[in-house]
Design a protein around this ligand. Sequence first.
Ligand SMILES: C[S@@+](CC[C@H](N)C(=O)[O-])C[C@H]1O[C@@H](n2cnc3c(N)ncnc32)[C@H](O)[C@@H]1O
Length: 258
Amino acid sequence: MTQIDTSVPHSARIWNYWLGGKDNYPVDEAAGDAYTAVFPGIVTIARSSRAFLGRSIRHLVQEAGVRQFLDVGTGLPTVDNTHEVAQRLAPESRIVYVDNDPLVLAHARALLTSTPEGATAYEPISLYEPEQILAAAGETLDLTRPTALILSGILGHVADYDEARELVRRLLAGLPSGSYLSLNEGSRGTDPAYEQAQDAYNETGAVPYFLRPVEQIEAFFEGLELVEPGVVSVPLWHPEPGEPTEPIGQHGGLGRKP
Ligand SMILES: C[S@@+](CC[C@H](N)C(=O)[O-])C[C@H]1O[C@@H](n2cnc3c(N)ncnc32)[C@H](O)[C@@H]1O
């Protein structure tokens, strides 16, 4: 197993810190605090991104009848992990989690608490190995049946945009018609402080994360049928009563493979 490096901040750990979790180290806390000193809105963004993820899974289960989920870039276990949201509504749901962070692997047991009717699995594979991900996922999921690919806050880690598009394309190529992509990513153009804080974070030695223009986030869905209202700031995607609807610098949507 790759060693857990506590000398530089890590994406999964700093995200966990902003989400209010305890699975992080002083280096992550320091980087998280330096970030919020410049752009406090990141805490809302992290939480709104998770809220979007939950709503998109509920939509997939209830409106689209999807029972299989491939969640790449899972992150550390938190409240309402993908399998919990899906299996609460459809206990037979099957979920494969994929991440390449050693701390996520160390905590993976918490992601594997399936209902008896369903199944969960964890695969420590990098996003850069899409065919390997699909092969491993095929051991738990029936990839001849519709499957939801979840990419939540991971593609910004791929510095080259065309490469990020290609990775999405290769993952979707392994899924049948009627499958879905649930994606949300940090966006540029909403607040200069957000961009400034992200640039500083990218200098810390952590794997950098790049905010993208909304049109680039939208283009990840090329060839898919977007579920209304399309790609929007995440609080505006099917908000539930009482949830905030202020636009923020995190955009996402849900698309169906025809
Ligand atoms: C910002 S966190 C998002 C976590 C979770 N999906 C969420 O929405 O709350 C990004 C996640 O992507 C993972 N990640 C980054 N690069 C990766 C790669 N090349 N392969 C697999 N996972 C990766 C990180 O370890 C981290 O857990």
